[in-house]
Ligand binder design. Structure first.
Ligand code: C2E
Ligand code: MG
Ligand code: MG
Ligand code: MG
Length: 282
């Protein structure tokens, strides 16, 4: 009986498995064509300087408008793009597009671009960044690259050389999703990150757990001691914002500030979110 069951589980033509493999194959083919068909776009989410009480920049977040699936989240296609190598042309497009977009903004505003660990496996990444700056004319100081811990797991000598190469251009590097990995603290020693982006799960946990709250505060003061700006991701409420402000957090990003928006909406957003205090002074 057990043997029979075991064998039926190993059935080669599992129709469910078969269709899942087919769906993946189709998605893969669609992904390879998406760039040429101009199906990608970038949304921009504001980052607010807490002490300055003003918008300091935007993070570029990719979207894929698939003809039949609708808008596909990066969570659902970036890892596939990494597996099939498409992340290289897609990542290059993101960099170019974000840099070009940022040149239309006030020169005080920065743009943050997410870079996949796979992009750092290729030596070309340094040239890709340089080219995006050159063709757009964006001042390097206005560009920030967000990398995750896993970027530092690969061939770290090569990766370090690339990171330093990019830093030498004047571009800053932020550690994204900080606190979710395994050896976060030791990574802070290996490269001079200018920013720590604290993962939003931290903020969520801090609401219910005093220990998480203490940890959050410790991260904020550590960032300060090490001369790194701290960005809290996923700030959704006024309470969270005020707590971060008390803890000395530099920057806030999240639905409480604003949802990611289309580039066309930015100008109006900045106009309407400008602090009213200036007009109230006199
Ligand atoms: P991330 O870099 O950590 O970006 C933050 C994510 O949190 C974004 O999801 C953003 O829309 C979402 N978010 C922002 N504020 C809030 C909030 O208050 N509450 C909640 N619940 N969520 C919030 P999104 O746009 O779906 O992107 C997901 C991830 O996909 C990003 O995480 C990033 O790792 C990756 N990604 C996005 N764009 C790119 C890209 O151009 N290239 C690469 N390689 N990865 C990208
Ligand atoms: Mg990010
Ligand atoms: Mg993040
Ligand atoms: Mg995150």
């Amino acid at each position: 009986e057990a043997k029979r069951l075991g064998r039926s589980r190993l059935c080669f033509f599992d129709p469910q498995l078969e269709s899942r493999a087919l769906a993946r194959r189709n998605l893969e083919l669609d992904l390879r064509r998406a760039l040429g068909l101009r199906q990608f776009s970038l949304l921009y989410q504001p980052q607010k300087s807490i002490s300055g009480n003003r918008i300091s920049g935007f993070e570029a977040l990719i979207r894929w408008d698939h003809p039949s699936r609708g808008r596909v989240s990066p969570v659902d296609f970036i890892s596939l793009a990494e597996e099939i190598g498409e992340i290289h042309p897609i990542g290059e497009w993101v960099l170019k597009t974000a840099c070009r977009q940022a040149t239309t903004w006030d020169s005080q505003l920065s743009v943050a671009v997410n870079i996949s660990p796979v992009q750092f496996e290729n030596d070309d990444i340094v040239n890709v960044v340089a080219k995006a700056l050159e063709t757009s004319g964006l001042a390097p100081e206005r560009l920030e690259l967000e990398i995750t811990e896993s970027t530092l797991l690969g061939d770290s000598d090569e990766v370090m050389r690339r990171l330093w190469g990019i830093k030498a251009m004047g571009v800053s590097i932020a550690m994204d999703d900080f606190g979710t990995g395994y050896a976060s603290l030791s990574y802070l020693n290996s490269f001079p990150f200018s920013k720590l982006k604290i993962d939003r799960t931290f903020l969520q946990q801090a609401e219910h757990s005093p220990r998480s709250k203490a940890l959050m505060k410790a991260i904020l003061s550590m960032g300060e001691s090490l001369g790194m700006a701290t960005v809290a991701e996923g700030v959704e409420t006024l309470d969270q914002y005020e707590e971060l402000s008390r803890g000395g957090c530099t920057t806030a990003q999240g639905y409480y500030i604003a949802r990611p928006m289309a580039p066309e909406a930015i100008e109006e957003y900045l106009r309407s979110s400008r602090p009213t205090s200036l007009t109230l002074v006199k």
